[in-house]
Design a protein. Sequence first.
Length: 285
Amino acid sequence: MKKPTTETSTSELRGEYGQAAADYTVGQDWHAYTPEMHERWRRLHARQSALVETHACTAFREGLARLDCAEGIPRFEDANAILGPVTGWQLVGVPGFIPDAVFFDHLAHRRFPVTRWLREEHELDYLVEPDVFHDFFGHVPMLLDPTIADFLELYGRAGARAMEMDALDMLARIYWYTIEFGLVREGGDLKVFGAGIISSSGETRFSLEDRDVLRLPFEAVRVMRTGYMIDSFQKTYFVLESLPQLIADLVSLDFGPVYETWRTALPIPAGDVLPGETPFGELTS
C-alpha cells in the first residue's frame, strides 16, 4: 500500500504502509511496544488527564474513565469489548494518516481508525500527525457518547456524495472543526471535545485561554468554507451550544446546493472574521 499524501501539511508523514490492507488497516502489534513507550504513554495520560478534569466536556471525562487506560498503551481489542455493547463502534489499527475516502468508509461502518505508533519523547507537547495517543486518548472516549457515535456514522455516509460533487475538502472541514478541534458550551463555560485539542496540553490551554484566538458560533456553511493547516495551533475554533447540535444542524442542511455554491471558491483563511460575525468573548477560568 502506497503512503498517502496530504495538502494540509508541509511535513513528511510517518507510518509503515507496506503491509497495510486495501482499506489501510493493520494489526496493532501490541507486543511490539517497549517499556519506554508504555512509560511515555503513562506520562502523557497523567498530564492530559489533569487538564481533562477542568477543560474537557462531561462526555469526554465519563468516556475516559470507562476506558481505564492510564497504565499503558491500551489494546484495541479490550477497548472494542467496551465500545461494542454501548455504541456498536470498533477500533481498527492503521499505519497513520489515511485518505479521506477510506476514512469515510470506515466511519460509515462504525469502524474507527486508530494509528498504532506512538510519538517520540521530543514530541510530547505538539505532534503534526495522529499517533496512538492522539487517536485513542483524544477520540475513543467520545465514541461512547451516543450523539457523537451517531454523528460519525452519518458523517461517514456523507462522504460518497461529497466525492461525487468534488467537494470532499468541504466535508472534511466539518470533521476538522468539530471532532478534531471542536469546543462546546457547557454550564456557561467553553469546554473541549475535539481530539486534536484534548490530546495536546499546549492546545488545550491555548484554545480556551488565549485572548486573541478567534472563537465563533458553530454554523455549518461557515465551517465548510474555512481553511486550516495541520502544522500549528488553530487560528479559529467553532463553538457548539450542545453536542446534539452537530446532528440537528447537519441533518437539516441540504449539502448539494452548498457544495455547488462554494466548492470552487477559495476557503476563508483561518483567523479571519467576516462582516457581521461576533466572536465569543467569554473565556473559561
